[in-house]
Design a protein around this ligand. Structure first.
Ligand SMILES: O=C(O)[C@@H](O)C(=O)COP(=O)(O)O
Ligand SMILES: [Zn+2]
Length: 210
């Protein structure tokens, strides 16, 4: 029996998935979403599902230790979603997409692995801070979860090398907003190209974090 809060969470996931899909942030069956329910279980998108066509009653419910409770088979990335909740109590929702500009950024050689988006506008700094890069593993590899578990306590967002972003939030709307802000920053990086950028100074960054 699904309670009202859980039903609202299911409907929010369907709505945000459709919004991502309709606006071109998600295509085909790429990407996955999850959130922490009040009962301590996770609600996640099923593996192979199109974010534009999620169905509230078919979303996967999984315990924090990985047992599949109900719904369709969970995302192949459920391990890394679980790792983020388990290693950062502030994390209440996770968005993983293959959105174009962040994924393009994730394919560049020579990224600063401690922060892939060197600050040049305030909003990414204010929303997520540094964005570390996780080395490439094939999708579903458990080592993604291991690396994210190590980074989770000190970070809110991550770039999986040659794959795409993983972004957390205090709820799914917040995680979605953080993701969209990061995608815009990545778009600016490619728009600016080789032009010299005035990056924010250390003092300017410190002021944003205070
Ligand atoms: O890139 C991949 O294959 C996964 O990370 C992904 O985005 C979709 O996998 P499922 O959530 O299992 O559909
Ligand atoms: Zn993926």
């Amino acid at each position: 029996m699904t309670n009202t809060v859980e039903q609202q969470a299911r409907e929010e996931m369907v709505r945000l998935g459709a919004s991502f899909f309709q606006r071109g942030y998600a295509t085909g069956s790429a990407g996955n979403l999850s959130l922490l329910l009040p009962d301590g279980a996770l609600l996640a998108t099923p593996t192979g599902s199109c974010l534009g066509e999620l169905q509230a009653d078919r979303l996967s419910k999984v315990s924090l230790d990985g047992a599949w409770i109900s719904g369709d088979k969970p995302s192949k990335e459920i391990s890394f979603h679980r790792a983020l909740y388990q290693h950062n109590p502030a994390c209440k929702a996770v968005v993983h997409l293959h959105c174009t500009y962040l994924t393009a950024l994730s394919c560049l050689q020579g990224l600063d692995t401690e922060n892939a988006i060197k600050p040049f506008t305030p909003y990414v700094v204010m929303r997520v801070g540094n964005v570390p890069v996780v080395r490439y593993y094939r999708p579903g590899d458990l080592r993604l979860a291991e690396d994210l578990a190590r980074l989770a306590p000190a970070h809110k967002a991550f770039l999986l090398a040659n794959h795409g972003p993983v972004v957390t939030g205090e709820n799914l709307r917040e995680a979605a907003n953080n993701t969209e802000e990061m995608e815009d920053a990545a778009k600016l990086i490619f728009t600016l190209g080789n032009r010299p950028i005035r990056y924010l100074t250390d003092d300017e960054i410190a002021e944003l974090r205070s």
